[in-house]
Design a protein around this ligand. Structure first.
Ligand code: C2E
Ligand code: CA
Ligand code: CA
Ligand code: CA
Length: 277
């Protein structure tokens, strides 16, 4: 019956589990949303310990998902990755981010943006060509863009992956290693990734400065980063005591609800430009 095509799919749906059905529904709706360019951006500011906004992280938003309800990236990014939609999705996120960077540059505001890239994207040379072309055409300085990659990169090691990271790096784009400490990183490997920054995962920031283990882990990360001349961003900062501990131990940038919650890109842009006039 499968060969009969699309009209037959519904026939099978009741037999699928609840989870599988949600996935099929999400993938179809996400395909439409990407086709119609309906995804939007939120931006969360990153602060130096003196309280100044230095940069921002771009977070994709799907506000109008199935039944008109928002879907979190934690749910739809894995669907995008397994369906190939991650490529057009990332190009749309990048293209909207470049528009914002153009506006900032036009007003003389220096504020780099970080964009999240799934590791599977680095296996596709043609996709990386497209990224370089898009940035080139935009006229935005590649140095104002940071790409966040995660430690899962270490698991699916692939020859072309390092080459593509190197290509983007030689083009001027900087790299940040997201969720640092949660994977299986081999410290020697850090050098090969052309990194300029590490992000300490929220789980190590939680319960600072009370938790002995997290205190030790965070101090070690900061010390490794200093020796490798990498900047450090702490994510998930929710309490002043965490910010104080991180600042006292030399963390470069703080990000979290304590300082700023992700906000729609247009509102973020307007506010950042007003505050720097
Ligand atoms: P992430 O890259 O680790 O991003 C940080 C997440 O933590 C964001 O969730 C952010 O809203 C949230 N967050 C920030 N500060 C705090 C805080 O103080 N407390 C708590 N509890 N949470 C905080 P969000 O926006 O739901 O994104 C979830 C994940 O989805 C991201 O985790 C990232 O892995 C992925 N993601 C988001 N946008 C993109 C994208 O454009 N492309 C790709 N490939 N992945 C994305
Ligand atoms: Ca991130
Ligand atoms: Ca993160
Ligand atoms: Ca995280």
């Amino acid at each position: 019956a499968r060969e009969l095509g699309g009209s037959r799919v519904e026939f099978y749906l009741p037999e699928l589990g609840q989870q599988a059905r949600r996935r099929v529904e999400l993938e179809a709706a996400l395909r439409d949303a990407v086709l119609r360019d309906e995804l939007s951006l939120a931006i969360q500011s990153q602060f130096s310990p003196d309280g100044a906004v230095r940069s921002g992280e771009v977070l994709v938003r799907w506000l109008n998902g199935p039944q008109g309800r928002p879907v979190s990236p934690g749910e739809f990014i894995p669907v995008a990755e397994s369906s190939g939609l991650i490529k057009p999705l990332t190009l749309q996120v990048l293209s909207q981010s470049l528009q914002i960077l153009k506006e900032l540059a036009r007003h003389g505001v220096q504020c780099p943006l970080s964009v999240n890239f799934s590791s599977i994207l680095f296996h596709d040379d043609a996709f990386i060509d497209g990224v370089i072309e898009l940035i080139g055409e935009s006229g935005v300085a590649p140095t104002s863009l940071v790409i966040e990659i995660t430690e899962s990169l270490f698991i699916d090691n692939h020859a072309g992956l390092l080459d593509n990271i190197a290509r983007l790096s030689f083009f001027g784009i900087r790299f940040s290693l997201d969720d640092f400490g949660t994977g299986y990183s081999n410290l020697a490997y850090l050098k090969k990734l052309h990194l300029s920054e590490l992000k300490i995962d929220k789980r190590f920031v939680d319960n600072l400065p009370r938790d002995d283990d997290n205190r030790t882990i965070v101090r070690s990360i900061l010390s490794i980063a200093r020796q490798l001349r990498l900047k450090v961003v702490a994510e998930g900062v929710e309490m002043a005591a965490q910010a104080d501990f991180l600042a006292a131990h030399g963390c470069d940038l703080l990000q979290g609800y304590l300082l700023h919650k992700p906000e729609p890109a247009a509102a973020w842009l307007a506010r950042v430009m007003k505050n720097t006039q």
